[in-house]
Design a protein around this ligand. Sequence first.
Ligand SMILES: Nc1ncnc2c1ncn2[C@@H]1O[C@H](COP(=O)(O)OP(=O)(O)O)[C@@H](O)[C@H]1O
Ligand SMILES: [Mg+2]
Length: 261
Amino acid sequence: MEEILVVQKLTKVFGGVVACKDLSFCVKQGEIKGLIGPNGAGKTTAFNLITGVIPPTSGSILFMGEELSGMKPHVIVKRGIVRTFQNIRLFQNLTVLENVIIALDQQNSNYSVGASILRLPGMKREERRVREAAMDYLRVMNLEQRADQTSSSLPYGLQRKLEIARALASQPKLLLLDEPAAGMNPEESRELARLIQKIRDDYHLSIILIDHHMDVIMDLCDSIAVINFGEKIAEGTPEEIQRNPDVLQAYLGEGYKRAKS
Ligand SMILES: Nc1ncnc2c1ncn2[C@@H]1O[C@H](COP(=O)(O)OP(=O)(O)O)[C@@H](O)[C@H]1O
Ligand SMILES: [Mg+2]
């Protein structure tokens, strides 16, 4: 399998805090890569670095062979890396459908919200086309029944799914999901896991998944990197990670080992 993302010796220092330290890992084409570790380990910082929100102190990020560090976030989105946020970021006063329409518009010049808002004669067909495209992404995430609801009125679990629908509308090659199952009950997180697998297959995505739901992580991921205090302490298959003594000590804990055996 070909590597779509190669992160090499990535370091980020905030004042005195070393949030990422010499972090290296790869994501293969089509793979779901787990990124796990305790709160404050540097997981979200890794996403911020990959998406160009913050510049690295040092290190390199190669995406499809091209160096990303120094690129602006909107350029990186155009290259095909799209993320969701640990703290949900939606246009809260807009409807579910409108949130996806805006994501479509930001990414694709062949969709124009301007036209649909101005309601120019002859733009009806264009407006229908944009709405249909947005509805398709809602259907993928099982949100089509909610299309006309204000997004702030959705339960958190559904807002997280809407974030993923918006991300898909940006047509990513690599999708970064930051705690997509946070706040979900076991049934919701199982459904989400199925959806993540489905979009990976249907859209030929590569995915990096940060989450604390170990059932979701262990079920979905082809490979997992574990970070602690900004440093990678282990990497391997779910089976390898679950019996790695360093991971059990730093993150999963003895309770996890007992529950598994
Ligand atoms: N913008 C920032 N400015 C200063 N410190 C930050 C910033 N972002 C993250 N940090 C610090 O970096 C460390 C890693 O944070 P984060 O990447 O959010 O961890 P995680 O997502 O693994 O919980 C924490 O100590 C956090 O306080
Ligand atoms: Mg985080």
